[in-house]
Design a protein around this ligand. Structure first.
Ligand code: ADP
Length: 488
């Protein structure tokens, strides 16, 4: 036994550990949101950089091509009068076209401008070589090509004042601006990415709080429920559809568990209540045999018979209590048969003979013969027994109990039991049918009870669909009644 409990605890611990390994919704949402945001930012920035970069490149290429062709015409024409030298003219063109213009001789040396606006790059001779190679490969007199960080327009030309000599026109458009733009896009993408990360963080926290709040709430409620609080309601404010379904399922489980728990409690209470009465009688008759009737055969046999009957009744009750608790939870059907109620009432009254004989109780019977009803005999027997037992318990000093079985109309007859006790206050009448209700003065009663008698009566009669009730006047006594449907 101890080992099993220990094993269970170990299992529970392992289970908890297993559960703790699970990723929290919060982290999961955050990860998903962040990865999603990151993916979008990367895709957008890569696409944007590529598209914009390409557009800039195309534009630069187009520009160098157009300006190059135009400059080719310009530099091969006569230098305008306003310029003193070719160098001056080229410098001017350089500035006004926004591109680098050089006129190179066939060796690759810069002819014009003689003093460029800026220092020539160190690799300039190799660029001339590059131009020559491109022109040769294309087999044309002009070409546009891309070199690292620049587009170049190159052409073989003859200058206006020296038609004999072939020279090169070299026009270069730098791509530095394009690169700067690409860098800007990248920088903004990183900033945007950081911002999106931040937004994803806030949104995922808010969303996860929204999603996990009801789960945490239900978890807390389940813990309270586990301590035996069946009043818990798993529904909560502002639950979404899925959470409402979950809460409804929990509530259903709660109701079922609570029903089973109530059934268990009722069974124990009912069993003890209904066992006490016959046991008391068995004990009383056994004492009577010992003390009074031991030597008087006739009396002794009669008393012994009551003991046998009560023992039988106990045996019957063992099975019956189970049936009853099922009946109260709506699980059991009645076993109805046609019962001679007139004879049955006599039979039940006989069980109280010991009270007549030992304690001076008087039972006045007004029982019509030949009244039949279709009922569950054992359960209705229990009802009549409980009602008569109560009348005995609560009757007045005269110790009188009146039992009647009388026709009401052609379809109905009424069983009633009256006592001359102190009666029941009007406001108490609804509560006496409730389970576990007991008046305070329940000590020292001839028929012992646990406060369940009337709730059993009520359950059985409701199940039979029979009309029943109590009429009581404080100080005068009470009459409990049941109306049976006449069976031909
Ligand atoms: P018990 O009699 O064991 O207490 P019952 O369920 O049979 O349990 O009765 C519930 C309560 O109803 C009693 O405690 C008592 O207060 C009241 N009661 C029942 N029958 C009578 C009666 N005949 N006269 C007065 N009070 C009664």
């Amino acid at each position: 036994m101890l080992k099993t409990i220990h094993q269970k605890r170990v299992n529970a611990k392992n289970e908890n550990r297993e559960r703790k390994k699970g990723t929290s919704i919060y982290l999961l949402l955050w990860a998903v949101f962040s990865v999603f945001a990151l993916a979008i930012v990367i895709i957008v920035s890569v696409a944007l950089t590529a598209v914009t970069g390409q557009a800039y490149r195309d534009e630069a290429e187009q520009e160098v091509r157009e300006k190059g062709s135009h400059l080719r015409l310009v530099v091969t024409s006569q230098v305008p009068d306003s310029f003193h030298t070719m160098s001056e003219y080229v410098r001017y063109l350089n500035t006004s076209y926004g591109v680098d213009i050089f006129i190179l001789d066939l060796d690759g040396s810069v002819m014009y401008p003689e003093r460029p606006n800026y220092e020539l790059p160190r690799d300039f001779p190799s660029r001339t070589q590059e131009l020559k190679t491109h022109l040769q490969r294309a087999g044309t007199s002009s070409i546009v090509y891309e070199r690292p960080n620049a587009f170049v327009y190159g052409a073989t030309i003859t200058l206006y004042d020296n038609r004999e000599e072939t020279v090169f026109l070299y026009v270069e458009k730098s791509l530095q601006l394009v690169q700067a733009a690409e860098e800007q896009i990248l920088l903004r993408s990183i900033m945007l990415g950081t911002a999106v990360f931040f937004v994803a963080f806030i949104v995922s926290s808010a969303l996860s709080r929204l999603l996990t709040r009801p789960i945490l709430e239900i978890t807390e409620k389940a813990k309270t429920f586990a301590t035996g609080n069946f009043d818990i309601d798993f529904h909560g404010a502002a639950y979404n559809k899925e959470m409402i379904e979950l809460a409804t399922a929990f509530n259903y489980a709660r109701d079922e568990i609570s029903k089973a728990d109530t059934m268990r409690k009722e069974l124990i209470a009912n069993v003890s209540h209904d066992f006490k009465t016959p046991l008391t009688m068995i004990k009383a008759y056994a004492s009577m045999i010992v003390e009074i009737s031991g030597d008087i055969k006739e009396k002794r046999d009669q008393h012994a018979q009551v003991i046998v009957d009560e023992a039988d009744r106990l045996a019957l009750l063992v099975g019956d209590m189970l049936d009853l608790s099922k009946l109260q939870s709506g699980l059991q059907e009645l076993k109805k048969t046609v019962v001679d109620m007139s004879a049955y009432v006599h039979e039940i009254i006989d069980r109280f003979d010991y009270l007549r004989e030992t304690q001076g109780y008087t039972f006045i019977l007004d029982v019509e013969d030949g009244l039949f009803a279709c009922v569950d005999e054992i359960k209705i027997g229990q009802v009549l027994y409980n009602l008569i037992g109560n009348a005995v318990n609560y009757t007045g000093e005269d110790k009188k109990v009146v039992v009647r079985l009388k026709t009401v109309d052609k379809n109905t007859f009424r069983f009633s039991v009256s006592d001359s006790g102190k009666g029941i206050k009007k406001e108490d009448i609804p509560t006496i049918w409730q389970r576990y209700y007991r008046s305070n003065d329940s000590h020292k009663r001839p028929v012992r009870g646990t406060g369940l008698g009337l709730s059993i009566v009520k359950a059985v009669l409701i199940k039979h669909d029979l009309h029943f009730g109590v009429e009581s006047e404080v100080g005068k006594g009470s009459t409990f009644f049941v109306d049976f449907t006449m069976e031909e």
